[in-house]
Design a protein around this ligand. Structure first.
Ligand SMILES: NC(=O)c1ccc[n+]([C@@H]2O[C@H](COP(=O)([O-])OP(=O)(O)OC[C@H]3O[C@@H](n4cnc5c(N)ncnc54)[C@H](OP(=O)(O)O)[C@@H]3O)[C@@H](O)[C@H]2O)c1
Length: 257
């Protein structure tokens, strides 16, 4: 088994052979066939923002392995594992996924549908789960709602556009001009976009949205007069991600790097 890392720039990454993990009584050993890369991985690689070290290790990463999202085949299970068995095709999230094997409890895994590949399944957890939780559980989006999605062309945003559409919402996507066709191909009804794709000096999505829609550059979207009494804003960004406590008319999901 290979794969090891330390805090710092990509140059500190090392590829090493380490012991193959042995599942405990409650764990499943998975042979990894595909793993995906998310912004979370470079936060853990660099140890920034600093708050990530409270969980990941103050001076150096613990455990010193990168990767979270993976898909693979169950190779062995502990005696207390009930739902999974060797040969099952699964996907999920577990620190150290950039390796040939991971061990995880059953709760961190779900069976892979037959009609998607390992690569497709491995791209789902970190980006897809917060989008689902934000729209279905926090914003409680239903058919006929109007949803605005910031960062619609990104990992979280592309899932959010598709989930909002599948819930029956009218979707307005915020993205760069070069990504308008992408968000429309995913089902967005409308797209608000920059006229240039210059990220240098560009305000982050919330300000950009208000500047484009309301001409209030610098206002936070949750303070926007655009939304009325039944609206919700849900942010997937940062340690305080969650549901806004403001009032508004539309439904909005914000996700910018
Ligand atoms: N809470 C959670 O569980 C959770 C989970 C996953 C991610 N996140 C967070 O959510 C954020 C997005 O993650 P992601 O995986 O979707 O990232 P991503 O794939 O990099 O997508 C972010 C999108 O933001 C846009 N963008 C880039 N630079 C910008 C700028 N300067 N101003 C405005 N928009 C800009 C880009 O779209 P355009 O170029 O089209 O504008 C990009 O597609 C990250 O901060 C991440 O840490 C949170």
């Amino acid at each position: 088994m290979k794969g090891e890392c330390d805090y710092g720039s990509p140059e500190v990454l090392k590829l090493e052979a380490v012991e193959k993990p042995v599942p405990t009584d409650d764990q499943v050993l998975v042979k990894v066939h595909a793993a995906s890369v998310n912004p979370l991985d470079y936060h853990y690689m660099r140890g920034t923002p600093f708050v990530i070290r409270l969980d990941g290790g103050l001076r150096r990463p613990k455990p010193p392995r990168l990767g979270v999202d993976f898909a693979g085949t169950v190779e062995a299970v502990g005696p207390n594992v009930r739902e999974m068995k060797p040969g099952d095709e699964v996907f999920g999230g577990r620190t150290g996924a950039f390796a040939e094997y991971v061990v995880a409890t059953e709760g961190r895994l779900v069976r892979k549908p037959e009609n998607i590949s390992f690569e497709q399944a491995a791209a789902v957890p970190i980006a897809g789960v917060p989008a689902l939780q934000a729209l279905r559980d926090k914003a409680r989006v239903k058919a006929g709602h109007r949803v605005l999605i910031n960062g619609a062309s990104g990992g979280v945003g592309t899932f959010a556009v598709q989930i909002a559409k599948s819930l029956g919402a009218h979707v307005t996507a915020v993205c760069s001009t070069r990504n308008v066709e992408l968000v429309r191909s995913l089902g967005a009804d409308e797209a608000i976009h920059d006229h240039g794709d210059n990220h240098e000096g560009r305000s982050r999505h919330p300000q950009r949205l208000d500047a484009k829609r309301k001409g209030h550059a610098g206002h936070r979207p949750e303070l926007s007069p655009e939304r009325g009494p039944r609206g919700r804003a849900v942010s997937g960004d940062g340690p305080r991600a969650g549901e806004g406590d403001h009032q508004g008319r539309g439904r909005q999901m914000s996700s910018s790097p």
